[in-house]
Write a protein that binds this ligand. Structure first.
Ligand SMILES: [Zn+2]
Length: 337
């Protein structure tokens, strides 16, 4: 069974999820699963996944003619509280049974871990999807995030995509994931505090002021539409890191207007295509940074962050939490413009 354990030094939560690796010797890089015959995400293999949560298709299409499916992860890092034996929650408590309090905590890893399968065909990349498939994928992200509001024990959720083995994908077939937790990560708590202080001091959301400063500077802007600004942030951690930010900051992605979500989907594909055409098709990730579930405080505002995987996290990054970025964001933006 998976367990959430809290680090006593940083308050960071770690998911110990032994079920995701059958045996320790399997824990080595593997090529992403390829053969369409055995792919659980291809049309015709629907029975290979856990029972579906939702499916999406063209208006009026037969259910069998699906374009996007949402299924529970077969090897979940966290599982719904209802599926966890009640006795397990009684073991929740201090990290060290013999230690004093204040040395971290442990609890069963309850939560939600879902997979959004973004095409019935065996394609690997978001850039290969049709307009309908990217729009339905983003509608699925919104619907699943929205549905989590009914789960009072969950406080934080992240939708993320790993494309390519180097970006963490273990299955090649194009998909994204959603993980929701009963704990808000300390990095997010920190941003809530920092952005709250900014709001109190200046009367403007932090995201609005940062966006205005990026637009005024102008050197790192890739795309400007009526509704969105796309840019490489001045203090990017990763080379070619790119953010897609609504011009009118809004706290939560799942509450955004449908036409905004459609435009965001197209902008993500636009940026992914730039990564692929100008950077030799690197593995990449994107994730939706959004306010915690139910947060109405107007401190954190949603945005989509993307990054190609060109630099690996190494000793310095793990040891210090600081990143060494070998490409200035101004140079990155010029390359992607
Ligand atoms: Zn497949």
């Amino acid at each position: 069974m998976s367990e959430l354990r809290q680090d006593p030094f940083t308050d960071r939560w770690v998911i110990i999820a032994e079920n995701r690796v059958d045996r320790p010797q399997e824990f080595m890089p593997r090529p992403a699963q390829r053969a369409a015959l055995t792919c659980p995400f291809c049309r015709g293999n629907e029975a290979e996944t856990p029972e579906e949560v939702a499916r999406y298709g063209a208006p009026g299409a037969a259910p069998a003619d699906w374009q996007v499916r949402v299924v529970p992860n077969k090897f979940p890092a966290v599982r719904p509280a209802a599926e966890i034996e009640k006795a397990a929650f009684q073991t929740a408590g201090p990290l060290y049974p013999t230690g004093t309090s204040g040395l971290g905590r442990r609890q069963p890893a309850s939560g939600v871990h879902e997979v959004i399968v973004e095409s019935p065909d065996h394609v690997a990349r978001f850039s290969e999807l049709s307009d309908l498939q990217i729009e339905l994928s983003f509608a699925a992200y919104r619907d699943r995030l929205f549905a989590l509001q009914r789960e009072p024990q969950l406080t934080y959720a992240l939708v993320f995509k790993n494309t390519g083995v180097d970006a963490g994908a273990s299955l090649e077939h194009v998909h994204s994931q959603l993980i929701a937790l009963p704990q808000t990560p300390p990095e997010v708590q920190y941003e809530l505090t920092k952005a709250g202080e900014h709001l109190a001091l200046h009367g403007n959301p932090l995201m609005a002021d940062v966006l205005a400063a990026e637009v005024a500077d102008g050197r790192r802007i890739l795309i400007a539409t009526d509704a969105f600004t796309v840019y490489c942030p001045a203090a990017s951690r990763l080379p070619f890191e790119t953010w897609i930010v609504p011009r009118r900051p809004a706290p939560r992605f799942e509450l955004e207007a449908p036409e905004m979500i459609v435009e965001a989907a197209h902008l993500v594909r636009d940026v992914v295509v730039r990564f692929e055409e100008r950077l030799t098709r690197p593995a990449h990730n994107f994730w939706i940074h959004s306010a915690p579930i139910g947060d109405e405080s107007g401190r954190i505002h949603w945005r989509i962050e993307l990054a190609p995987r060109l630099a690996t996290m190494a000793g310095f990054e793990f040891g210090s939490g600081c990143f060494i970025n070998p490409i200035a964001p101004e140079v990155a933006a010029k390359h992607l413009q």
